[in-house]
Design a protein around this ligand. Structure first.
Ligand SMILES: Cc1ncc(C[n+]2csc(CCOP(=O)(O)OP(=O)(O)O)c2C)c(N)n1
Ligand SMILES: [Mg+2]
Length: 433
């Protein structure tokens, strides 16, 4: 399989001695423009660097190390296949789990089982699966409000995620987080975050703590890699730039994974961003930037492998832009009337699950029956998760003010040191909560 859609650029050398000896380095034209986004209707606009700038001898010469993926390196010496049968089935199962879970969420939301906004991940599965299935349990994942599938890929049980969505005590945040705040200490899932960009500093901090433990405390087990997932719209937020700077400066073990689904609610990425090629911002901060077809789990996985290994080896961060698409509206409250039906159709034809299926069949890695058995297993798992969530108890009222650090109304803890909400008269005269 060719990875020609992938572009990888490394920044100009910060330490010229080190990079002069880098065998992978080759000359690169930083002004070369690429084709349009794979499925977008518009041609990309470029950042307007003028010919004068191109010819400016004082401008630092960019040097690239083309990734092994781009060079078309085969991962398996003995065959042309990119994955083994077991790997292929694991990827398939994880993507089907994500898709089926989200479809069930839609049903449950419209039946009134969930509260607040619910953002689904349909169409983007190849990104979560392609990256997270390469992680160790100790590695960290930081997500956004579109977080259910990241949680599932990281191993949080479907029961715990569904219960959280139902606001039940058995949810992974005991029903207090809801759709946008999946968290699991056990799985090192450091949260979904409702404010865009909010997770990026958290992820950068986690990566910093790993590096600090390794270098200052000489902890040999501190080799965790952190993945920070976020969207295209978020890349115009200041926290993104601040964290790229710190991660590159301190060579943190982190991968910034942009899920570029071309839209930020109803705002087209191509309208909102001066240079829509997000991957180029990596080299600007001193880290490699890679653009990959995010509808193809095998391509994502190849890029992810390289970026994660690089972080684990202590070589620092990578910015990976995955071009993907969401198959549903921004949230379940969005009628999705703004996007061009032709664009939606074009991406639907590139469904990442169908693409992987085709690869598995074409390479005789599986059979219809084998995949059907996986589909059935996932259906049962999701049914079980819904039943479990439905039957689970609501959180106790006494849980209401736990972990609330500020108490502006002053009604949290009484003079006797007990929660006022434990007083049966606590909500007297107010709406029932
Ligand atoms: C700090 C902040 N500003 C504005 C919003 C409102 N908001 C919610 S989602 C969103 C768009 C984000 O788009 P993108 O980063 O592309 O993620 P996607 O929804 O496409 O996954 C915005 C602006 C917010 N949640 N947080
Ligand atoms: Mg987006």
């Amino acid at each position: 399989m060719s990875f020609s859609a992938t572009k990888s650029v490394q920044p100009p050398p910060l330490n010229s001695t080190a990079s002069r000896s880098n065998e992978k380095s080759l000359s690169f034209d930083p002004f070369r423009t690429s084709s349009s986004f794979l499925g977008s209707t518009h041609k990309l606009r470029f950042n307007g660097l003028s010919k004068t700038a191109q010819n400016n001898p004082h401008r630092r010469c960019a040097v690239v190390a083309v990734s092994d993926v781009v060079k078309g390196k085969k991962t398996k010496a003995s065959s042309n296949l990119l994955i083994t049968k077991e790997e292929g089935l694991e990827l398939y199962e994880d993507m089907v789990l994500g898709r089926a879970f989200e479809d069930m969420c839609a049903q449950m939301y419209y039946r009134g089982k969930m509260f607040g906004f619910v953002h689904l991940y349909n169409g983007q599965e190849a990104v979560s699966t392609g990256f997270i299935k390469l992680l160790k349990k100790e590695d960290y994942v930081v997500s956004t409000y579109r977080d259910h599938v990241h949680a599932l890929s990281k191993g949080v049980p479907a029961r715990a995620v569904m219960s959280e969505l139902f606001g039940k005590a058995t949810g992974c945040c005991r029903g207090q987080g809801g759709s946008m705040h999946m968290f699991s200490k056990e799985h090192n899932l450091l949260g979904g975050f409702a404010f865009i960009g909010e997770g990026i500093p958290v992820a950068t901090g986690a990566a910093f703590s790993t590096k600090y433990r390794r270098e200052v405390y000489k902890d040999p087990n501190a080799d965790q890699v952190t993945l920070a997932f976020f969207g295209d719209g978020t890349c115009n937020n200041g926290q993104f730039f601040e964290c790229l700077n710190m991660a590159a400066l301190w060579k943190l073990p982190i991968v910034f994974v942009v899920e570029n689904n071309l839209w930020a609610i109803g705002m087209s990425h191509l309208r909102a961003t001066s240079d829509p090629e997000i991957w180029k911002k990596g080299p600007a901060f001193g880290m490699p930037g890679v653009h990959v077809d995010g509808m193809n789990v095998l391509k994502v996985r190849e890029v992810a492998k390289e970026a994660i290994e690089r972080a684990r080896r202590g070589e620092g961060p990578t910015l990976v832009e995955c071009e993907t698409y969401r198959f549903r509206g921004h949230s379940l409250a969005d009628p999705d009337e703004l996007r061009d039906p032709a664009e939606k159709k074009r991406y639907a034809e590139r469904d990442p699950i169908s693409a992987l299926k085709k690869y598995l069949f074409d390479n005789k890695l599986t059979s219809e029956q084998e995949l059907k058995a996986i589909d059935d297993k996932i259906d049962e798992l999701i049914e079980d998760a819904v039943e479990f969530a439905d039957e689970s108890p609501l959180p106790l009222r006494s849980q209401l003010l736990e972990n609330v650090f500020a108490d502006p109304k002053g009604f949290g803890i009484g003079p006797d040191g007990r929660y006022r909400c434990k007083d049966p008269k606590f909500t007297e005269g107010t709406a029932h909560v």
